[in-house]
Design a protein around this ligand. Sequence first.
Ligand SMILES: NC(=O)c1ccc[n+]([C@@H]2O[C@H](COP(=O)([O-])OP(=O)(O)OC[C@H]3O[C@@H](n4cnc5c(N)ncnc54)[C@H](OP(=O)(O)O)[C@@H]3O)[C@@H](O)[C@H]2O)c1
Length: 268
Amino acid sequence: MTQRVAVLGTGKIGEALVSGLLRAGKQPDEVLVTARRPERAAMLRSTYGVDAVSNAEAAAKADTLILMVKPQDMAALLEELAPHVPAGRLVITGAAGITTGFIASRLAEGVPVVRVMTNTPVLVDEAMSAISAGAHATEEHLARTEEIFAPVGKTIRVPEAQQDAVTALSGSGPAYFYYLVEAMTDAGILLGLPRAAAHDLIVQAAIGAAVMLRDSGEHPVKLREAVTSPAGTTISAIRTMEDHGVRAAMIAALEAARDRSRELASGT
Ligand SMILES: NC(=O)c1ccc[n+]([C@@H]2O[C@H](COP(=O)([O-])OP(=O)(O)OC[C@H]3O[C@@H](n4cnc5c(N)ncnc54)[C@H](OP(=O)(O)O)[C@@H]3O)[C@@H](O)[C@H]2O)c1
């Protein structure tokens, strides 16, 4: 990559991307950042050695613009940017629920837009980032986007129509696992374990299970069967979960998240 990349709205996720780009071999003078507060700009300059500039300057100087502001700040950012984005720029939006159409309609005709839905494990290089091409985005633009997000986790390409489902699944997904860990820690306390021990036990079980899911190539049913002996403890727990409709609750919960994502995208 020899092109210059700018992150506009360098908050938590934007900063993780800057760190990933530099670790992947980009030089600090190939990365620009923008921030709303001068103290944040100063921190980014001193920590990463990158130049913090205005949004207009970023649009003029960088080949790829990554818009990482919150969804509610996107319209104002685009209004500020619009006069400064030439047709040759690639614009990547990382804001939840903001469509490529929303971005494209506020910029000059022909500007290619790519949408990415990542998640908070971007902060530990374990993100799941789903990438969709908008109007005018080509294979080269998608490949450039993958190069930017690959250093901070996995990437996948999906049609933009699936981004609400992605938001419900991997975007919000980490929260569901935290929720389960909370619930299981409470269960451990009920069973007489000290809170700290219950927390450590279940967090390590979660990490072990996640690594096995990722690295064994086995279907989750197979992995679960390996823990489920006849008339054993696990099947007693599973039966109770089925009695309480845990699987059905999960499906309904993700459907609700998908519907909420659709509502947010339509501005309601
Ligand atoms: N967090 C998640 O779980 C998650 C997951 C997937 C996707 N996303 C998306 O990623 C985006 C960033 O999320 P985040 O958690 O990194 O938010 P964040 O920490 O609030 O970062 C956004 C940054 O943009 C700055 N900003 C706002 N308007 C600006 C402007 N006009 N010019 C320059 N900078 C501006 C904000 O400045 P201030 O510091 O002054 O507010 C803030 O530092 C969001 O759109 C979100 O939907 C988030």
